[in-house]
Design a protein around this ligand. Sequence first.
Ligand SMILES: Nc1nc2c(ncn2[C@@H]2O[C@H](COP(=O)(O)OP(=O)(O)OP(=O)(O)O)[C@@H](O)[C@H]2O)c(=O)[nH]1
Length: 392
Amino acid sequence: MKLALIGFGQAGGKIVDEFVAYERRAGLDIFSAPVAVNTAKTDLHGLEHVPTDNRVLVGQARVKGHGVGADNELGAEIAEQDIDEIQSALDGISVHEVDAFLIVAGLGGGTGSGGAPVLAKHLKRIYTEPVFGLGVLPAKDEGGIYTLNAARSFQTFVREADNVLVFDNDAWRKTGESMRGGYEAINREIVRRFGMLFGAGETVGNDRVAESVVDSSEIINTLAGGGVSTVGYAAESVERSGDGGLFSRVDHRGGADGLDETNTTNRITSLVRKAALGRLTLPCDLSGTERSLLVVGGPPAHLNRKGIERGRSWLEEETGSMEVRGGDYPLPDSDTVAGAVLFSGVHKVPRIKDLQRVAIEARENIDRRQAESEDNLDRLLEDGAEEISPLY
Ligand SMILES: Nc1nc2c(ncn2[C@@H]2O[C@H](COP(=O)(O)OP(=O)(O)OP(=O)(O)O)[C@@H](O)[C@H]2O)c(=O)[nH]1
């Protein structure tokens, strides 16, 4: 599918940069004029692949290019004030060519956390195309303010966007490795998973047509209906055989390309299970999923309809929902078969409950310190923080 991609804040910009690198490596044409927005000049300079003209520095009047220092209310205010500057960068996009908008942001900081929901709201007012979010949750040890920011921004982002795909840094950090050191690998993982989903159906430079194509409307329909999504992924190396074209697909045992249908089917079935039961971008209980989409990519000879159908049936049982779409994504030059599963409208997500709980504690601590410093403990006791409010 074709996406208008906007990275908001440092994490958002870096992930968008990585998406563009992936698109070039894969010879795809998925992203229309990627844009990076930030309040910090150095973060924009650090990008490699987002064209310089598409880097938008906002909030200069307020923070002079130095960032908002994890103040996401300020991040939201700046986004609102400078929305015209962001819009000007987006005016370069041929909107009739894009299927949807995707706003990427780390929800723990200030600029992206505050700005992403404001931009989602703005885009939904202006355009008819759906607006999706890709929100990154902070690791648990990043500190209370990051958790509090994420808990508030998350609620607002989910409300404003048509769907928020979530990546939880905490579930992906390597033990013993600093979060900062791990970002490169994490960003590659983000791009591998979401890139495969969004790349499906976009067969530019590849004249082979998938047996049962995943097209952009299926991705959009899976995400439509709102809520939160997570993605599972698994891959296995295979040997490429023959030309691997559509007509060499195996229809019976021991087809023309020498591949055994039972093996290719079984491989796909087990890849689907591994993708769904392995680490998700946001860990959750799959039984609460409303809609799913399965994409199986790889050399055409290794893809087969039966495997995908079996994978879909298994996903129906696992999620308890009949709304499971699926299809293949032929990648003639690839030497892996990969399965990506998008679970949309997930409800049973302990991590989000946990985020809210820790955010309440963090806010109580912040309020307590503020109240102590104002020598006004009475007010704190009266107010009593019971729940976390959205950002706005
Ligand atoms: N996955 C991933 N997360 C990142 C990356 N950089 C920062 N983060 C996370 O994003 C959050 C911080 O958000 P940033 O994007 O750095 O902050 P910002 O939006 O630029 O806002 P300010 O720096 O406060 O102006 C933290 O939770 C980090 O863990 C990255 O490259 N990849």
